[in-house]
Design a protein around this ligand. Structure first.
Ligand code: IMP
Length: 430
């Protein structure tokens, strides 16, 4: 194993990264989130207790780790403080282990308002957490950063100007008046800032000077990446490996010391709008949703479900330069008589085996399936290869052969201990 590890989502998010990161971070000293914000919902079961983390890196649940909220994230300070306080109240001393980048941008009330207004025209199905508008302000060079909060006058000025801009937009584009009070938003922001002020750091320097092992925790998934995903039905950050360098401020060379692994379910889900070639709309889709408990951790929305799409997964392997895949929720397929995987797309009688950029093309593709016999046996909680039905192993073998990437681990249930390695990583801890 290399010194550092990157864990990414290989699909449209919700692959089960929370559990995997929680498990693997036991062997790392620092855990880092570097893109997205409270749109993420990473669920972990520890000792029968359920934790859902939205902003903090999941690995913070281990007492020995330090956690970084890096510069590429957009941070809802109120939620961050709440998340830290709640963990603290539940007996997990996180406060002194969290470092928040001074370069991270903030999500404020007016971003959330814009998120809901934008959704009325050209719906994306966002989480309404203000993520897109906050990145929009960042790239439009009118964002408010954590470091700005050191200077209350500057903070107030930025908030005030932004509110004028947003109010104008509400009035002129949406013909609506929204009461946004600059003074109130400013006060609340400063109150929250005072609570975390001593946790703010130049996290790039912190990481550059850190001698231990670091785990980088991607949020959402490759197919929701702003550049490589199903644009415009994506999130507003680089949720693939492409986001690592700008999200952390670390030079690309740093990551030559990292392994790149991604998590994929044994089938596919997505929430929100957008293309989903292998979506199942009938009874099979409902069965996947029901068995897999496929409801959003952040919004509670029912997830759309379908068969595993190897064309999309190969795209994730290539874009991220993966050297390992972790498969979760294979047990959800236990009851199926037949299981299908998509091996190519068909468009107007022609076969394509790569994931197209064009939305118009994606809307026309039809999946070409290979059918597998189901195993119809309980695999939940399996702890070794010998406990797996041969049909399930055939399924896994096919996936790794198609993708040319080893499946390194199978997660066989939500609990920390429900997993096993298929390929024992060389080198001490892991
Ligand atoms: P946003 O990130 O809230 O702007 O939402 C954009 C798209 O990404 C929507 O389709 C959301 O459902 C999806 N999305 C955002 N975060 C997550 C996540 O953590 N898991 C799965 N889908 C997500």
């Amino acid at each position: 194993m290399k010194r550092h590890l990157v864990i990414l989502g290989a699909q449209w998010g919700d692959e089960g990264k929370g559990k995997v990161v929680d498990l693997l971070s036991a062997d790392f000293d620092m855990v880092v989130r570097y893109q997205g914000g409270s749109n993420a919902g990473h669920t972990v079961m520890v000792g029968g207790e359920k934790f859902v983390l939205h902003l903090l890196p999941t690995g913070i649940l281990h007492q020995h780790t330090a956690g970084v909220v890096a510069q590429g994230m957009v941070v809802d300070l109120e939620l961050l403080v709440k998340e830290m306080e709640e963990l603290q109240q539940r007996g997990l001393k996180v406060w002194d282990r969290v470092f928040i980048s001074d370069r991270a941008h903030l999500v404020l009330e007016y971003h959330k308002l814009l998120d809901s207004l934008f959704e009325r025209k050209g719906k994306i199905g966002t989480t309404l957490r203000g993520i897109g508008p906050s990145y929009m302000f960042k790239y439009g060079r009118r964002g408010l950063r954590v470091c700005d909060l050191q200077d209350p006058d500057r903070t107030y000025k930025i908030i005030k100007e932004n509110i004028e801009f947003v109010s104008d937009m509400c009035e002129k584009v949406y013909c609506e008046n929204h009461k946004l009070d600059a003074g109130e938003i400013f006060e609340r922001t400063m109150e929250n800032y005072k609570k975390i002020r001593d946790r703010v750091a130049d996290t790039t320097r912190l990481l550059l000077n850190f001698g231990g092992r670091v785990l980088f925790e991607g949020a959402q998934g490759t197919m929701l990446d702003i550049d490589m995903g199903t644009y415009p039905y994506v999130t507003s950050s680089n949720a693939s490996a492409l986001g690592l360098s700008n999200g952390t401020g670390l030079p690309p060379r740093y990551f030559s010391e990292a392994n790149f692994w991604a998590v994929s379910k044994a089938y596919t889900t997505r929430v929100g709008e957008g293309p989903f070639p292998t979506e199942l709309e009938g009874r099979e889709g409902e069965l996947l949703r029901e068995k897999g408990g496929e409801y959003g951790a952040t919004t509670g929305r029912p997830r759309r479900c379908g068969w595993l799409d190897l064309v999309a997964l190969k795209h994730a392997v290539d874009v991220n330069g993966l050297d390992g895949l972790i498969i979760t929720k294979l047990d959800v397929l236990d009851a199926f008589e037949e299981i299908r995987v998509c091996t190519a797309y068909e468009v107007d009688g022609e076969l394509i085996d790569h994931f197209p950029a064009s939305l118009s093309l994606l809307q026309k593709v039809k999946p070409v399936y290979k059918t597998f016999r189901g195993w119809q046996r309980d695999t939940r909680g399996a702890k070794s290869l010998s406990m797996m039905p041969s049909e399930a192993l055939e399924y896994i073998d096919f996936i790794q052969e198609y993708l040319h990437v080893p499946v390194v681990m199978l997660s066989t249930g939500p609990k920390r201990e429900e997993y096993f390695w298929l390929y024992e990583p060389v080198g001490k801890e892991l």
